[in-house]
Design a protein around this ligand. Structure first.
Ligand code: COA
Length: 159
């Protein structure tokens, strides 16, 4: 049984994140989506709401477990017997940050592998902060978020 952990702030979860999970399910038997508290990012949604959105998105997927956490990722992975960290790469600009994160996690736990999947082209420009900004200004982001997330965002303005 190969288990990977997919950590993120998910403020909110986007179709880009969903794409990463779907790719991960081809590689692993089980994926734990771990919603980080991330107080330093001052998220728009509290951690329970972000977890609710993730749960609603993957309600029918039996190979996915979800949880929230506020400690070290490597500790969480050990507790849940996850052997890999799953992350998505959208563009070359993601690489430097992901490289640092992976290197630091490897320093903390040499047994834990970081595995990267390449995001689908149409999601390379998607980020949670764009979703927050556009929806708070009344723009339509429905093509970029899971259906279950729509109810949590401000309604778009009609033209
Ligand atoms: N599709 C869409 N958006 C994506 C994406 C994808 N495939 N991949 C990344 N993003 C976006 C996110 O939406 C987010 O956008 P935003 O900053 O505009 O809101 C941004 O890229 C990065 O966020 P995210 O993927 O949620 O990661 P993060 O940087 O917030 O999370 C953790 C980092 C949670 C993995 C890291 O802080 C962590 O491990 N924390 C636990 C504490 C710990 O162990 N620290 C030591 C780490 S070495």
């Amino acid at each position: 049984m190969k288990t990977a952990i997919y950590p993120g702030t998910f403020d909110p979860i986007t179709l880009g994140h969903v794409d990463v999970v779907q790719r991960g399910l081809k590689l692993f038997d089980k994926i734990i989506i771990a919603v980080a508290d991330s107080p330093k990012k001052s998220p728009m949604f509290d951690v329970q709401t972000r977890l609710d959105m993730v749960n609603a998105t993957f309600a029918h997927e039996s190979r996915i477990q979800t949880l929230s956490f506020d400690g070290l990722l490597v500790d969480l992975a050990q507790t849940h017997q996850a052997t890999a960290i799953l992350r998505g790469l959208r563009a070359a600009s993601d690489f430097e940050y992901e490289f640092q994160l992976a290197a630091m996690n490897r320093k903390l736990d040499a047994e834990l592998e970081s595995v990267f999947v390449m995001a689908r082209e149409e999601y390379t420009f998607v980020s949670s902060s764009f979703i927050r900004e556009i929806s708070s200004m009344g723009g339509d982001v429905n093509a970029l978020i899971p259906d279950a997330v729509r109810a949590y965002l401000p309604k778009e303005k009609k033209a």
